[in-house]
Design a protein around this ligand. Sequence first.
Ligand code: ACO
Length: 216
Amino acid sequence: MLNWLGGPHTKAWQSTLGPLRTSAGMVSVRPIRLRDGQIWSDLRIRNEKSLVPWEPTGIGSWAQRHHRSQWGPLYGALKSEAKRGTVLPYVIELDGRYVGQLTVGNIQRGAVRSAWIGYWIDSDHFGGGIATAAVALGVDHCFGPIGLHRLDATVQPANLASQAVLTKVGFRNEGLLKRYMDVDSKWRDHLLFALTVEELPGTAVEALVRSGRASF
Ligand code: ACO
């Protein structure tokens, strides 16, 4: 799949990950599709309240930015980054239905071999272990076929649910990044969570299953 010092195989982003059983149902992670536009728009608009406090500031209203017509250009941009090996743009599915997204970005090769990971879930499904399962699947894909060594996740101190997800998968808090990101029209401090491949005894999914939080 991977040339270790250079780029990835261009099809590496097309894998489907899982499924993994959680208390909410079967969780899997798959590549974004052009036909995801309507459900993407519906869920993003319906979840404005739960997403705005944590997501980068954008230009235009939330409704404008998440109109169905915006998916085509966004999908095209993500797909071309994915083909270049710099982004893994995924949908999180629960029992085969789109319930959120998982993205791995800024994939760097060479001596660093790192990336960031981010995610969101439809609020109707909060607390069912979906994000935790999806992140574990993403981590194993990044440390396995993609060949990364380190994953970063930046999260605001007030975002306790996201910190719980990261901690359950094995990420550590490495400290506070002052005024790190423009979120909801202000520069917000973020905690830097990170995980390197040596810290996982086996895989993230195996650890989750051992802890009783998911099963195959
Ligand atoms: N305080 C402490 N813990 C909390 C709180 C809270 N206020 N709310 C939820 N939790 C815990 C839950 O109890 C659960 O832990 P447990 O299993 O030990 O009980 C954990 O947070 C949530 O785990 P999951 O059920 O796997 O997560 P979920 O599927 O509900 O998704 C997510 C979590 C993605 C953070 C969701 O709330 C969401 O989409 N929020 C809005 C967008 C967002 O914040 N995205 C993350 C941005 S940061 C980043 O991407 C790195």
